[in-house]
Design a binder for this molecule. Structure first.
Ligand code: PLP
Length: 230
């Protein structure tokens, strides 16, 4: 099932990329495996997945160890944290993750920088931006992000690679387009201020990845579309 799902997803990515004159390999597909089993992750890796995303540090750390133990992912798999990170778990997150998508506050950015320095690592991160006004969601507003980014670029042990957003749930995926467009425009604006330092736009999930790619996403985060059984 996973293999078939991925086949269909890749076909969709190919056809959208053809439409917008982009190469499919410019789009990183992150398989979101939260709540999934080791067996499912193994299957996804066998079907060509190279990027694994989780939303909890502890769950990811356990899966990471289990996969290493059976010989999967030794240096070839990239681990992504996409869920909210509590400051007190920053150190553990730095040990496990190649890219932290969910840097949503200054205190968290400072803590990641400090703990990464202690561990001798330069941690790749994305800044999470709240592109819709729902109150429960984490992230900087676009205005805040544009304001703080220069300060954040001064921190030596974090490397800000781009921006991430979660679009609101809507009935018609088409309605997510303005949020994705806003994130792309924010990236362009920040890049004008910072000599084009941002390269990643992490946006698009199972329900809306096609729209996200059309609006410039180069990193999509898919869970249900890969792991569903129908
Ligand atoms: C769960 C999750 C996803 C994947 O969602 P699907 O709708 O299953 O594709 C992507 N991004 C984040 C931040 C998530 O928490």
């Amino acid at each position: 099932m996973i293999k078939q799902n991925l086949f269909h997803i890749r076909q969709k990515i190919d056809s959208i990329c053809a439409k917008i004159a982009k190469e499919a390999r410019e789009i990183t597909l992150v398989a979101i495996t939260k709540g999934g089993t080791i067996e499912q992750i193994r299957e996804a890796i066998e079907a060509g997945i190279t990027d694994i995303g989780e939303n909890k540090v502890q769950e990811a750390a356990l899966k990471y160890s289990s996969l290493q133990a059976i010989g999967y992912g030794l240096g070839t798999i990239k681990w992504h944290l996409v869920g909210h990170l509590q400051t007190n778990k920053a150190k553990e997150a730095i040990r496990v993750f190649d890219l932290i998508h969910s840097v949503d506050s200054l205190p968290l950015a400072f803590e990641i920088n400090k703990q990464a320095a202690n561990l001798g690592k330069i941690q790749d991160i994305l800044i999470e931006v709240k592109t819709s006004p729902e109150e429960t969601k984490f992230g900087f507003t676009a205005d805040e992000a544009a304001l703080v980014i220069k300060e954040l670029f001064k921190l030596k042990n974090i490397n800000i690679k781009g921006l991430m957003t979660i679009a609101p749930r809507v009935d018609n995926p088409e309605n997510t387009r303005p949020y994705f467009r806003n994130l792309r425009e924010l990236k362009n604006k920040i890049n004008q201020l910072t000599h084009q330092r941002l390269t990643i736009l992490s946006m698009g999930m199972s329900g809306d990845f096609e729209i996200a790619i059309e609006e410039g996403s180069n990193m999509i985060r898919l869970g249900r579309a890969i792991f569903r059984n129908s």
